[in-house]
Design a protein around this ligand. Structure first.
Ligand SMILES: [Fe+2]
Length: 142
């Protein structure tokens, strides 16, 4: 498991969503790397893309609501980073819909998802936790 407890923000809803994202990205990468044929990988790819399109938007929304609730000063920039990621997921998804045999696209997508997730959760999102701590605002009511 690539998730580390040190990634926790101390906000149960957000932490649970982050863990779920890690879990999904990991199983997606495992499926991509497995020795099976491309055709056998397609169901997992479809499943992951559908999940990401829905869950990433949902999660970002919840995280942004939390940021607003504690008056997080980095909200605007953070939301921009989220929006860019949503656009990337939608863009890959569109490309894949046109051609579902594009293996390099999916390999790149898996790698980028994982790198983005680790960087974002371990760095950007930690700034929210640091701010909440400094201000003494708890996230545990969410
Ligand atoms: Fe975030």
């Amino acid at each position: 498991m690539l998730w580390k407890d040190e990634y926790e923000l101390g906000v149960p809803l957000i932490d649970a969503q982050h863990k779920e994202l890690f879990k999904r990205v990991e199983s997606f990468l495992q499926a991509l790397r497995s020795a099976t044929s491309w055709d056998e990988k397609i169901p997992e790819i479809n499943k992951t893309l559908d999940f990401m399109k829905r869950y990433v938007v949902e999660h970002f929304h919840d995280e942004e609501e939390y940021q607003k609730s504690i008056n997080y000063p980095g909200y605007k920039c953070h939301k921009q980073i989220h929006d860019d990621m949503v656009n990337y997921v939608l863009d890959v998804s569109k490309q894949y819909e046109k051609c579902n045999t594009n293996e390099p696209l999916m390999q790149q997508f898996g790698g980028r998802l994982l790198a983005w997730l680790i960087n974002h959760v371990a760095a950007e999102d930690q700034l929210i936790a640091a701010y909440a701590k400094k201000k003494g605002v708890s996230g545990n009511d969410r």
